[in-house]
Design a protein. Structure first.
Length: 271
C-alpha cells in the first residue's frame, strides 16, 4: 500500500515598511497570520472532481471528521501521475492535506481498500448518493455518523442488496444527520407517538401531523414512519410510501435544484 504525494507550494508576501518624516517611529498592529491547517491520514471518499488549470484537479472529498472539503490535486492530470488511479469515486482513501483557504492542497492520497467495486445499477446508485452529499451538505461541516452510513450504503450496494431499500435508508440518515429532519415517530400536533393505522403528512420544517383531505403532500401511514425509523422496509406499502415521501422532502430541501442521477434512476429503475 503505497503513499502517493502531490507537490505543494506556498508563497510569502512581504509587507511594506514606510518611514515617517518625523523622528518618532510609528507602530502598526497587524492581525497575526492564520495558522495553516495540516490534516494527516483522514478517511475519505472522492465525491466529484473537475479540471483545474492545465495539469491539476479540484477534488470534492467527503472526509470522516472534517466533512465535505475541496482539495486541489496538483499534477493529477499528468499522464504518468499515480494520483490519477487513486482519486476514484467509491474507493476508501486515506487523505492528507494542508492550507487555510476554502480550497486546500492535497498532500497525500492512499488507497486503503476494503470495499467491493460498484457495478451496473449499483454504480448509478452510488453516483446518486454522491450527488446528494454534494448538493445538500455544506463544506467543512463534520458528519462522522453520516460518513458511516455512507460506507454502509456503498457496502450494501456492492453486495447486491435491494437498491431501493439502501437508498431510502441513506436518504433518511442524510436528512436526520444534517439536522433538517427530526423524530418522525411523534406527531407534532399532539406530541404523542404516531398511530400505525392513521394517515399523516410530514411537514418538511416540523415533522408529522395528521393528514387532511385537502393535503397535496404525500400521505403515509404511521406504520410507514415507524418502519422507516426502525430501518424495516419489508412491507411493500412502506417501500412505496417512503419512496414518494423522500422524493418530496428532498425536493423541498434542495430548493428546486435538479438531481440528475435521480431522474435517471426514476427512468431506468423506478427508484
Amino acid at each position: 500500500m503505497a503513499a502517493l504525494s502531490a507537490d505543494s507550494t506556498s508563497s510569502v508576501s512581504a509587507s511594506d515598511v514606510r518611514s515617517a518624516p518625523e523622528p518618532v517611529a510609528k507602530s502598526s498592529r497587524r492581525k497575526p497570520p492564520e495558522k495553516e491547517l495540516r490534516i494527516a491520514d483522514q478517511p475519505g471518499f472522492v465525491l466529484h472532481s473537475y479540471p483545474y488549470k492545465e495539469t491539476s484537479l479540484i477534488v470534492d472529498v467527503f472526509s470522516r471528521d472534517h466533512g465535505r472539503i475541496a482539495l486541489v490535486a496538483k499534477g493529477a492530470k499528468r499522464p504518468h501521475s499515480q494520483l490519477r488511479g487513486v482519486l476514484q469515486t467509491f474507493q476508501p482513501l486515506s487523505v492528507s492535506w494542508s492550507g487555510k483557504s476554502e480550497v486546500r492542497t492535497l498532500t497525500k492520497a492512499e488507497w486503503v481498500g476494503g470495499l467491493l467495486p460498484l457495478e451496473k445499477s449499483a454504480l448509478l446508485c452510488g453516483f446518486y448518493l454522491n450527488e446528494l452529499l454534494v448538493k445538500l451538505l455544506a463544506r467543512d461541516d463534520p458528519h462522522p455518523a453520516l460518513f458511516n452510513h455512507y460506507v454502509s450504503a456503498l457496502n450494501h450496494l456492492a453486495h447486491d442488496e435491494p437498491p431501493a431499500i439502501v437508498l431510502r435508508k441513506f436518504e433518511r440518515a442524510l436528512l436526520r444527520e444534517s439536522g433538517v429532519a427530526g423524530d418522525w415517530t411523534r406527531c407534532t400536533v399532539s406530541g404523542t407517538r404516531v398511530l400505525a393505522d392513521q394517515l399523516y403528512v410530514v411537514d418538511p420544517e416540523s415533522g408529522p401531523r395528521p393528514a387532511r383531505v385537502a393535503d397535496t403532500w404525500p400521505k403515509v401511514l404511521g406504520k410507514t414512519l415507524q418502519d422507516m425509523d426502525n430501518e424495516d422496509y419489508a412491507d411493500a406499502a412502506t417501500q412505496t410510501q417512503s419512496k414518494f415521501l423522500m422524493r418530496f422532502l428532498l425536493a423541498h430541501h434542495l430548493n428546486g435544484t435538479t438531481l440528475n442521477t435521480r431522474q435517471i434512476l426514476i427512468d431506468l429503475l423506478q427508484l
